[in-house]
Design a protein around this ligand. Structure first.
Ligand code: PDD
Length: 287
């Protein structure tokens, strides 16, 4: 594969793209990111991702080097130059590379943020096997830091969680804090009971998913009942259906939790319908 990637103002072959060893993203996970899905060559929920990017940057006092239009142009240029049909665009901004390692933040006037974007091709993304069959999830303790609402590249624990899931013969993990599910390692978590969609309320304990916001909006418009509240693993195991949402998984059914089947152990009726609505509606505003 030789993608064209974006690094600090330049479009380059991926093999020629370079970032300093002093980059604070590399040394300290001092960086934020976004993943925007691409379907049929179009960006899904682009504005939602750019708004959240700004929020993450503001929380960490990193300057946003570009306007929305500039971000859009870079995204579109990458889609085009890589002939991207289905997949996603990964965007990362770090606090930049001062000329040494130091815990203290560098002066933003002297050190510009490092900006990196690249494409990831996933042909047939909207019809993935996991969307048809559903995924198996295990529960693990949520031991991440307290600002999970900021989309930082501090992803070691989520990555370990995916490995724990893999070792247990599952696909992913839901994290649990004080007896309640926070979210999945890279997605938001939901259950469905008696027609009601139940998901944890927004706080600093979870990432404010862009897909979450869209799915809850569409569900509300379709007159579905929504409860934003905590739930336990036991409640989830007794639920009628369960699912996750993210920019890359859209709406994906969860059919097993800690080895216990949810209902029949196959996707129900509400979650596949929600996925259909989500894909249909978000394609309407794709740009
Ligand atoms: N993950 N929660 C966590 C911890 C996440 O990492 C993500 C996204 C989400 C869902 O957010 P959104 O709907 O905005 O994608 C929730 C991305 C896709 C990733 O890390 O690849």
């Amino acid at each position: 594969m030789n993608r064209t990637v974006y690094v600090n103002g330049e479009y380059l072959p991926e093999t020629e793209a370079k970032v300093s060893i002093f980059d604070r993203g590399f040394l300290m996970a001092d960086a934020v990111y976004e993943v925007t899905s691409v379907l049929g060559g179009k960006l899904i929920d682009f504005d939602g991702h750019i708004v959240r990017l700004q929020r993450s940057l503001d929380e960490l006092e990193i300057n946003n080097p570009y306007t929305r239009e500039e971000w859009l142009n870079i995204h579109r240029e990458l889609v085009q130059s890589n002939d991207l049909v289905d997949g996603g665009i990964y965007l990362q901004i770090s606090r930049g590379a001062p000329n040494d390692r130091d815990f203290v933040w560098p002066d933003p006037e002297m050190t510009a943020p490092t900006v990196v974007l690249f494409t990831q091709s996933k042909p047939g993304l909207a019809n993935s096997p996991s969307a048809q069959a559903g995924i198996k999830v295990i529960s693990i303790e949520d031991i991440r830091w307290g600002r999970r609402d900021i989309k930082t590249v501090q992803l070691l624990y989520p990555s370990m969680g995916k490995m724990m899931a893999q070792k247990a013969g599952a696909d992913d993990a839901w994290m649990v804090q004080d007896g309640h599910v926070t979210e999945g390692t890279s997605n938001n978590a939901y259950i469905v009971k008696d027609g009601s969609i139940i998901t944890r309320a927004l706080s600093n304990n979870i990432l404010h998913g862009i897909t979450r916001a869209a799915v809850l909006r569409f569900a509300d418009e379709a007159q579905m009942k929504i409860e934003e509240r905590n739930f336990t693993i036991e409640e989830a195991q007794q639920a009628d259906e369960a699912f996750i949402t993210s920019a890359s998984a859209f709406v994906t059914p969860v059919v097993e939790l800690d080895g216990q089947k949810i209902s029949s152990g196959a996707p129900g009726s509400i979650v596949p319908r929600l996925r259909e609505i989500y894909l249909e509606e978000s394609m309407k505003t794709a740009i």
